[in-house]
Design a protein around this ligand. Structure first.
Ligand code: HEM
Length: 398
């Protein structure tokens, strides 16, 4: 069973099923190393303490991640708290400020126009052209973030377009940058896969036992649903009053409360990051039990987001949960961006990006699934990634 799960990269499902079977707090041993999984909002209160005096300032100590070289650099896995603080300040003071978010909305519109041009070309020869949405949405965000942050396009949509059309239709304006960022995206995907590999698989197995040592060599070489269309359309139309071409502003985006509720409900049902690990740097009491310094905990967002004690009818898509009084949502029961001092610094940008793309798309186009009954095709690496979602995008008739 484990092998089947692992083969299909359904690691997320293994832990969800274990949490169902063994309860909201269970332990699992990886060799002699005990990990504690937490599946209730009340159990993560101390881990999500936003104070700098938190007992959970780091994620893990792992010789595997040391070997990857990520524990003293960057942000996400950095255990050097002085360097982490410095890096995090830089990213927070750039991407979390409203001026950057305004700039991001402006640039997104330019990038969306580029997307429309490609899409129009692709439908010229086939009116019923089916677009694989994840191939374009990931590249749309990468291009928009690149333009807004460094002022240069990443040409990722151009690369995808060039891949799909005959030579004479290709985008030739941006030759030099093409493929470079595409390779970056492929490497990022491999990097995400390899974090679990280096975290879970002991050094000896990584290096010497087939087929793990082959995976090791591969990794070491290389180092993202909205359903209630009608209300979404109505809210977008209410803001743009049928104007399909005027510039979209950050103020428009801020008014999209239903779209935001729908995006939140989607990320409740399917959090991009289903679990996050955190390590105690002092003794701590959680769930009525005393845990020693060094104990690692998995905050299980996916399970907490589906826990009936926080969410009535947890499997249903009900955006209205997020409308009106925010206090009705239990603390720590909705945590797609994690929590505590290492909460995601890209949360405002992520939400602004989703709302901007939906506004730009839905004010002009009708979107429908090629096969509404087809199961969602996703893979789990360190994140849940949808790799196939086939859509028809047609100009709105009204
Ligand atoms: C919808 C999109 C996104 C989701 C769902 C998401 C989710 C998360 C989660 C769950 C964490 C772990 C938080 C914790 O440890 O408690 C995280 C960390 C992080 N995220 Fe995001 N994220 C998103 C977008 C972004 C973007 C756009 C950026 C930057 C441009 C970003 C940068 C980071 C960084 C740097 C960390 C590590 C923070 C630290 O360790 O101090 N994220 N994200």
């Amino acid at each position: 069973m484990w092998v089947t799960y692992l083969k299909k990269l359904l690691v997320n499902d293994i832990f969800y099923n274990l949490q169902e079977k063994y309860g909201e707090l269970f332990e699992i041993y990886l060799g002699s190393d005990r990990k504690i999984w937490l599946g209730n909002a009340s159990l993560v209160e101390k881990i999500h303490n936003p104070s700098t005096k938190t007992k959970f300032p780091i994620r893990t100590i792992s010789e595997g991640l040391d070997e990857m070289g990520v524990t003293t650099k960057g942000i996400a896995f950095n255990n050097d708290l002085v360097v982490w603080k410095f890096n995090r300040r830089i990213i927070s003071s750039t991407i979390m400020v409203p001026s950057f978010l305004r700039q991001f909305v402006n640039e997104s519109e330019k990038v969306f126009q580029e997307f429309e041009n490609y899409w129009i070309n692709l439908t010229k020869e086939n009116n019923n052209y089916v677009l694989n949405f994840p191939d374009w949405s990931t590249r749309f965000f990468a291009d928009a973030i690149s333009l807004a942050s460094i002022g240069k396009p990443a040409h990722m949509m151009a690369t995808q377009y060039n891949r799909l059309v005959p030579k004479y239709l290709r985008n030739l304006n941006s030759k030099s940058g093409l493929y470079q960022f595409e390779e970056f995206l492929d490497r990022l995907r491999l990097w995400l896969k390899s974090v679990h590999f280096f975290y879970f698989v002991p050094r000896f197995v990584r290096h010497y036992i087939p087929p793990m040592n082959f995976l090791y060599k591969k990794y070491i070489r290389n180092m993202t649903w909205i359903n209630n269309y009608l209300i979404v359309y109505a809210e977008i139309d209410n803001i743009f009053k049928g104007d399909k071409t005027r510039p979209v502003t950050y103020d428009d985006i801020e008014k999209l409360v239903y779209v935001e509720a729908a995006a939140k409900e989607s990320s409740r049902l399917m959090p991009i990051v289903p679990s996050v690990f955190k390590r105690a740097i002092n003794d701590v009491m959680i769930g009525g039990l005393n845990w020693k310094t060094g104990q690692e905990f998995f905050v299980h967002q996916h399970y907490i987001h589906h826990n009936k004690s926080h969410w009535p009818n947890p499997e249903e898509f009900i955006p209205e949960r997020f409308l009106g009084d925010n206090n009705k949502i239990e603390k720590n029961s909705f945590i797609p961006f994690g929590g505590g001092i290492r909460q995601c610094p890209g949360r405002h940008l992520g939400m602004t990006g989703i709302k901007t793309f939906i506004a730009l798309l839905f004010r002009k186009y009708e979107v429908s699934l090629e096969d509404p009954k087809a199961p969602l095709k996703k893979v789990y690496t360190l994140v849940n990634e949808c790799h196939e979602l086939k859509l028809y995008i047609r100009p709105r008739k009204d």
